[in-house]
Structures are given as C-alpha cells and as structure tokens.
Design a protein around this ligand. Structure first.
Ligand SMILES: [Zn+2]
Length: 276
C-alpha cells in the first residue's frame, strides 16, 4: 500500500509525493505512517487538501502545509517528487512568520457542537461562548449552520470535519466534558475572551440581571432567603442564582481562566457574573 520510493515515469497519471505529519496529526494516520516520512501515490491534479484528507486527517485540524519547504494553501496541486509537511494548530507558536493556511479568521468565536458533545456545549455556554447544540442536528444541518453563521464545529467525528463547507473545526480528543472544555480552551486560546455566567446553559441566550423583588414569587423559599443576586433568561425564562452548582462551576472556570484579583477573581466580583 505504501510505495517504496517514487519511481514513476513522467507520463504521470499519478504522481508520488512524500508526506510527513507532525505532532497529534499522527493520531489520524494508519499506524505505519505515524511519526515518519512515507510516500504515497497521488491522483492526477490532487491538491494538498485532497491528499491530507485521503490519508485520514480532517483539514480543519491542519494549521499549515509546506511543500518543498514553502508554505502553501489547500488548493496547491501536488506533483511528482513533492515533499509535503503538515502541521497541526498547536504547533503554530513556532511558525508565526509562515503563511497560515486560512486567509480569514472568524471574527467572533462561536461554536456548534455535534450530538455527542452536549456536556461540552453546556460548559462553553457557562463560560460565555455562543454555542449551538441540539442532539437532533444531523451532519447536513451542522454543516449548513457552521457555514451560514461562521461557527467553529466541535466534534469527535473526523468525517464531519472533512465536509467542504466547514472551514473552522476542532476535533475533540478528550472524553469527559470538563477535560474537553480544557482542551478547547487551550487549543483556541479562549481564556482571554471568556465571560463566565453571562449565557443561559439551557438555551444559549444571553442572561440579564434582574432585581430580586421582581422574581421573588417564583423562588423556592430557601433560595429566596439565602441569595440576593439573580439573572433571568429571556429565551426560556429560567432564573439563575449562585447556588452549589454555580460554586462548583466557578471553581472550574477559575482554574481555566486564572484571572488576577484586579478583574473578577474574588468572590465578590465573581458573584455579579450572573447576568450583566
Ligand atoms: Zn434560557
């Protein structure tokens, strides 16, 4: 299945290129291709994107590609003898001078999570990120919403990320939702733009602070006694307060964001984070 060396004749119905994938992109490859150079026949006029995905790596996981040492885009056609190096997102600290493969960043960080990532979707909402999630979304729907609303697709399904209309995506490796949140925060550098407790966990609508008097009748007596600050969701009408669930989430958020006392690290400031 893997050629030894490219010994093609020049008539070239196919070309043979050499590939090397770096860091965690190797997870997507067949075992014998991981962590090493290998050659592979390419169909005539195959592009870098074709070949990278044919080898099992979703294009959304790729930050940049070098062909013969030169930074190229996904549309570069591969020729006989080309040497292709493919790098993941997390390697980008080392390579800032090189051309990045996508010419536009998404202006606002918004997500759509696929059906298996409901826990992650809730946690992202908790940290303030606009995250669509519905476990009835099919792949076509996810692709359409991602493209039309400029959302980053979160999934554990690599085939979904290969869809052509999906330009920004993130293959989630971790299995537990709190670890998934950490993974996505690290990879997309989200800590600076998080706005914890500003969005409804249930329906994704931004929350609004509300005077206790206006909702007092709706509160269980114990809650009415113990808490002073409340927020309401205009989407689903739920009321939120800083109960034990909130406190547990606060600890998780603090561990992700690690803000200093001058912003909202203290209890006092944290408490107004419900609503705005
Ligand atoms: Zn809501």
């Amino acid at each position: 299945m893997i050629d030894g060396v490219g010994t093609r004749t020049s008539t070239a119905v196919t070309a043979t290129a050499t590939f090397r994938f770096y860091a965690e992109l190797n997870d997507f490859l067949a075992p014998e291709r991981r962590g090493r150079e290998f050659t592979c026949p390419c169909a005539r006029a195959a592009t870098t994107k074709h070949m990278i995905e044919a080898l099992g790596v979703p294009h959304t996981e790729v930050e940049f590609v070098l062909v013969n040492g030169e930074s190229v885009g996904f549309e570069r056609a591969l020729g006989d003898g080309d040497r292709v190096a493919v790098y993941p997102k997390c390697e980008m600290l080392d390579v800032t001078p090189l051309l990045r493969i996508r010419d536009r960043a998404l202006r606002e960080t918004r997500f759509i999570a696929d059906a298996h990532l409901g826990g992650l979707a809730h946690l992202l909402r908790m940290t303030g990120f606009d995250t669509l999630y519905d476990n009835h979304f099919g792949d076509d729907e996810i692709e359409r919403l991602a493209a039309s609303q400029g959302r980053i697709v979160l999934t554990r399904d690599r085939d979904l990320l290969k869809r052509s209309a999906i330009t920004h995506g993130c293959y989630v490796r971790a299995l537990r939702s709190e670890l998934q949140l950490r993974e996505v925060f690290d990879r997309l550098d989200l800590a600076r733009s998080a706005q914890p407790f500003t969005r409804c966990l249930s329906c994704n609508t931004p929350l609004r602070a509300i005077d206790k008097m206006r909702i007092a009748a709706r509160l269980p007596p114990g809650v009415r006694q113990r808490y002073e600050r409340f927020a309401v969701c205009d989407g689903c009408q739920r009321v939120f307060w800083e109960g034990t669930h909130w406190q547990r989430m606060r600890r998780l958020v603090d561990s992700l964001i690690m803000v200093g006392p001058s912003t909202h690290g203290t209890d006092g400031a944290g408490s107004h984070a419900v609503g705005r």
